[in-house]
Design a protein around this ligand. Structure first.
Ligand code: SF4
Ligand code: SF4
Length: 371
């Protein structure tokens, strides 16, 4: 048994929520809402998606009820990662108001954020969060809006025992088992959870739980489940840094073939846990005395995203898809030391025409029979 591995019986799962709440955390966890699994305020373990699984395929996502009502994490992911929790889809950054004497006053809108525990975070989304940390926090200018939401975040990871058909985290090295970045990790077994702690905060919470020693049988069951989850993944990204092959193939005819199917809708960038592009604008009240400066998620698939000084640099879908893939899998390495893809598969599932970046990258990089 590894140090810090213990076991929590399924009937004691509520004790984890109680300990988090007693520790001052609000909790969110996965729940069924509007036909998908997404994060929502979590008070009771009974609110988790017990007996629910999913099927995913290019352009397809369905939830199914199963007979196995003893499991609440028997699915891979929904459309939402941690991104909207730390990087708001739209938020006011600052406001300006003109007083009666004509002077202007400015105020920032950095949010007050209570400590938040997120239950059920998948390993691919932890990897994406660490990419966002690099982007928002480790450069000269730290983003105070992101920082406020990030600094008191406690992560209860869940290792993936039921990857979707669109998952390929094993090939990017980001799953199906969490290896860093979490406070507490759970692996769901038949009648309970193998519990691993990875931070002092996680250890303090776990000290309040009715944990039992993790038997050899439990740890072996987890090892087998993780191996099976990795082996079950059929998709993969071509190995290594793809910047060279992608940039050597900027005129490959396959860009046009993908663009003929692509709707330039931006769904892929909205659901991608690592995409961070946004636009900023001012909203001025009709009285002319108050303005709000806001930012909202944008996408490299929109016309406006590449508009510069009277010219749209990427007017065609071909150029936009190429921009997305060459940045995500290529030049991202220069910026963040790794690719921008953590293998979550969301852009495949939520693309309305089922475009699959693993297939497109393989063809363009010459890693496929179709190339
Ligand atoms: S690849 Fe799919 S999801 Fe992305 S913009 Fe094109 S049609 Fe939309
Ligand atoms: S590019 Fe697609 S598979 Fe990779 S992290 Fe983004 S949404 Fe997930």
């Amino acid at each position: 048994m590894k140090q810090d591995q213990t076991y929590l019986a399924r009937d004691d799962l509520q004790s984890l929520l109680d300990a988090l709440k007693a520790g001052g955390f609000q909790c969110v966890g996965p729940q069924v809402r509007d036909g998908v699994i997404r994060y929502a305020g979590l008070e009771q373990a009974a609110q988790l998606p017990w007996g629910v699984t999913q099927s995913q395929a290019p352009g397809e996502y369905r939830l199914h009820e199963t007979d196995d009502t003893d499991r609440c994490f028997a699915w891979a992911n929904g459309p939402q990662a941690l991104k909207p929790i730390v990087f708001a889809p739209r938020e006011t950054l600052w406001q300006a108001t003109q007083s009666a004497d004509g002077s202007l006053g400015f105020s920032d809108d950095v949010p007050d954020v209570a400590p938040l525990a997120v239950i059920g975070v998948r390993p691919c989304d932890i990897a994406a969060l660490y990419i966002h940390d690099q982007h928002f926090l480790q450069q000269d200018y730290r983003d105070p809006y992101y920082l406020q939401r990030r600094q008191d975040l406690l992560l209860v990871a869940v290792n993936c025992t039921h990857p979707a058909a669109t998952c390929f985290c094993a090939s990017t090295g980001d799953g199906p088992r969490a290896s860093y970045g979490y406070d507490i990790a759970l692996t769901e077994l038949e009648a309970g959870y193998l519990v691993e702690v990875h931070s002092e905060q996680g250890r303090a919470i776990c000290a309040q739980l009715p944990l039992q020693p993790a038997s050899h049988a439990y740890t072996q069951a987890v090892e087998a489940a993780m191996q099976q989850a990795a082996d079950s993944q059929q998709r993969r990204l071509p190995a290594g840094n793809l910047k060279g092959p992608l940039f050597a193939n900027l005129e490959h005819p396959h860009w046009e073939e993908v663009a003929a199917r692509c709707l330039s809708c931006g769904n892929c960038t909205a659901v991608c846990p690592t995409c961070f592009c946004h636009s900023e604008a001012d909203e001025v009240r009709l009285d002319g005395q108050h303005t709000e400066h806001y930012r909202q998620w944008d996408s490299c698939f929109t016309q406006g995203h590449s508009y510069i000084h009277g010219l749209t640099v990427r007017p065609q879908t071909t150029q936009r898809y190429r921009q997305w893939l060459t940045h995500k899998l290529g030049s991202w390495h220069d910026q963040y030391g790794r690719s921008g893809c953590t293998g979550c598969g969301r852009c495949i599932t939520w693309c309305p025409v089922g475009i699959d970046l693993t297939e497109e990258a393989a063809v363009i990089c010459g890693d496929s029979p179709a190339s």
